[in-house]
Ligand binder design. Sequence first.
Ligand code: SAM
Length: 666
Amino acid sequence: MDATTKEKIVALNKEIALCANRKDLTEATTLFKKAKENGWCNSHTYSGIINTNIRCGNISNAISLFEELKCSKQKGLRIDVITCTTIMKGYTSIGDIKSCLELIKHMMNQNPKVLPNIRTINTFLRGCVFTGNIEQADKMILNMNKYYKVIPDVSSWEYYVTLLCQGLKLDKVYPILGRLKNDNSMLFGLGAMYLALARALSLTGDIKGCKKALKSVNETLLKEEELDKVDDRNEDDIDGGDDIITKSKVVSGGKRAWKSSHSIDDNKRSQSLELFREHKRAEMRSEIDNINKFIDSLNEKSLGINTLLPYYLKVLSIPPSLAATTQVTASNKTFIKSNFVKQLVNGIKDKFGLTYSLTQIRDESTNNILKQLEDMLENSINDEGHIDVNRVFSNNNSNKLEICSGGGEWAVNQASNDKSSNWITLELRHDRVYQTFTRSIYAGLNNLLVLGGDAMDIIPNHIPSQSMDNIFVNHPEPPQQIGGVDSEGKHLLTNNFFEETTRIMKINGLITIVTDNSWYAKFLMRQLSPIIRSIGLISVNLQRNKSNKNDKNNNTEWEIYDSDEAINVYVGKPGVECGHVIDASSYFDRLWKRGKIVDRYFILLKKTTHSTGKIHTLSSTKVSSSSDKVEPSESTSRMSMKRNKKLLEGIIDIDTKQQNKKIKFD
Ligand SMILES: C[S@@+](CC[C@H](N)C(=O)[O-])C[C@H]1O[C@@H](n2cnc3c(N)ncnc32)[C@H](O)[C@@H]1O
């Protein structure tokens, strides 16, 4: 191959990599086809196209491409550690740890072997954190050096220790921390590890140990801040903008050297990272305060299973619907309730520390507790797998669900101020579900049910029709973080999502979506407009109640930002009229504010039996009352819209400024 062709191949691979960044699957696919036609494909080309598919949420396509690479007969074209790590990222994004394990086996069966490297291992461990799989993380840490000759780095330890602490397996944590605490290269993960330990000790009731661990977190954060001034960070460890951000190269290189050799884009990225790290430390300090308050509130008697039991009865890590809860025969699938209940109980035991808690009590009490748990689940779940929330709480209160609830802070705040309602959080990532679980304990809540799993699996399969009074989505992930109309990233809030959420809403129930991203708010408006009436929703036309200015619930901190024939997008603060009981913040709310993105956009929709096609008028002091009248308003004739690029062209320019400010995380 001549030098010019080589250059062309390198350039093309770079182009595909850039497509992955901006989630432009069409362009990436065209470039990939071109590479194939010219016989230019190498493992970088495959890695690029697989990565683009994963970033656009097209995992099945990514898997097919990886299979194609595996079977390729082209000379020199074979899987390597980069392509394998890339596809592993895809598997972990859908929580498929089994496929990760099969992949590693396949890598080791190659001749010559494709050895996993530290990135492969950390991708795997991160998958374990996302799914709460302590057992597999345990095995990996034990075997990684022996079989793959890879030594755990600070990220590996942070993932592992976090998981062990969640399972309250503290006998394994102490020796690890003992070994790592004087190792400088571990500094940027130690704070998070001590914090995980403090959280665990607060639950086991070891107040003295907890205080000591909190002190270590504080000390580590101070050291981290010092070192941060000369640190060169590995941004690949940042995902989704939060939590497990760990650093393997503590003082190698130095930020100044890094900056000088990189472009303006790199500098921007570096600023984003700085901002992100600051945010992470601030969040950790705020958690230290929470834990301190909590342990101070405990009296002499330590926290035991009896105190934790009510919380174990209100946390469910729901397995994907096809995983062992259904029996698949040639002709149909049958839901098997007993399998489902068993999996839920195992989830609480393994992922939330119940197994450890049970070891602290006598055998007969253990059986009693497990029986209570099983009875509650048997009672609250019907033969189709639907969870009756009112049975879980044994009351007839209103049910209010936050989807994509992250670490649960917003919902915990709402629930604390709305004790006469049942609040439910629903979140995909186990680490965030676990955070919600502990927050609920710290806040002493008895009106919060914490659900873990994929909303698009749980809502259709496990939430009964007409059971929710309010649904909230705060800061949903847009199909893109930056970029324009070419972005083809998947996002949760599709029409299918709205159909499903409408089904589970009671008549007159409200759905409130809040985003920091004006582009996305408009995107949703245009996506929903043509179908809103047909699925039984209307957009609520908020009104200021002038006669009632002194009413603290009469929120006037909003205005209409944009509207079409069917939907209003508001800018400002959603208040009680939107179901927000109090003004509360969340992790992402604060993250964006830190990045100077302060405006909030919201859409408020109401379920109605009669699809009048009118935008509904609701007084700002009322929350979803059945006596609301439907006011005549603008015509809501179906917009005849051309989808995708054409549809979005009109809104892209307005938001360029905002998007430029936005921190890029993925
Ligand atoms: C940008 S974060 C917002 C979190 C939180 N609402 C906040 O404001 O801090 C979006 C959250 O949605 C979760 N998520 C994404 N897809 C989901 C799905 N299919 N089911 C449940 N949660 C999902 C992500 O894990 C993430 O925690």
